[in-house]
Design a protein around this ligand. Sequence first.
Ligand SMILES: Cc1cc2nc3c(=O)[nH]c(=O)nc-3n(C[C@H](O)[C@H](O)[C@H](O)COP(=O)(O)O)c2cc1C
Length: 331
Amino acid sequence: MDEPAPALHTALTALLDISHPIVLAPMGGVAGGALAAAVSAAGGLGQIGIGYGDRALLDRESALAGDVRVGYGFINWCLSERPELLDAALERRPAAVTLAFGDPEPFAGRVRAAGVPLICQVSRVADARRALDAGADVLVAQGSEGGGHAERGRGTFTLVPELVDLVADTGGHAPVLAAGGIVDGRGLAAALVLGADGALVGTRFWACREALAPAGAHRRALGAGGDDTVATRVLDSVRGYSWPDGATSRVLRSPFVERWHGHEEELAGRLPELAQRYRQAVADEDYDVVQIAVGEGIGVIDEVRAASEVVESLVHGAAAALAEGRARNHR
Ligand SMILES: Cc1cc2nc3c(=O)[nH]c(=O)nc-3n(C[C@H](O)[C@H](O)[C@H](O)COP(=O)(O)O)c2cc1C
């Protein structure tokens, strides 16, 4: 791809002062400083996913991002346990802060007072209203197709236009990003046609060289199709994470998940033993047991690439798909 990337300017690119309407999902344990910096350097917005992490992780990954402008993403219920991490992120004058999973209100004021754009990721209309009330500058419409955690239920294809209309009906201007299942130019084009101002992309960037995902996980997932993922609570249980009711994590099916998904009561009765089995599997890098969180889009990803190539191919592919759509409409 030698020709320069075409311009897909939207309200998002203007708000965040970026070249392409592509935002790296703040994937905890995956989107570190190297990946975030690579996405920002390629013209999107990179974000460091703090996830379940602590101050040491924030400092280490921020150092890896160097001078490149990146954002930070937090899980609200984890941030409630370590609220000082938000101050540590804001001190670095980030390009944006993303808040997801739970009420953003306790943190939104500090982000806005710091003059940092506030991105809120939501998977339901009611949560979008709450985020707008809290002052969100950008909404992420997170559909159920996506990898990792979500409040399951809504697909990207209907949630995006509903949130676009919600923003318009409330007289606001917050750009809406589509998230969940966007892994190539076709998906980005579809998001833009639905009225989104860009996409927040997880799984496609998970399969990048700069991601913190282990090579063994990449090898295992790249042969998989979209049917091979399932949204489950099994791996949160054995890892000891207390996600709120309603949240599940989309992961690759594995012998362990197949055994326990749907048998959560039995699992609860054997938790100490199974938690120990999981810890051992992590040490052994045994992907028959260890979680690989990816979305349904894994089915159309067939290689690990550099993040800059992914950004370019998303933009080129979307521009081509949009031009082709226009040409077809005029036939
Ligand atoms: C491995 C992985 C880890 C994730 N961790 C987080 C997280 O820590 N915080 C968050 O807000 N979203 C997280 N997500 C969800 C993403 O923000 C996003 O909604 C999702 O990846 C979009 O769908 P896609 O995977 O099809 O691109 C994660 C997703 C993946 C795949």
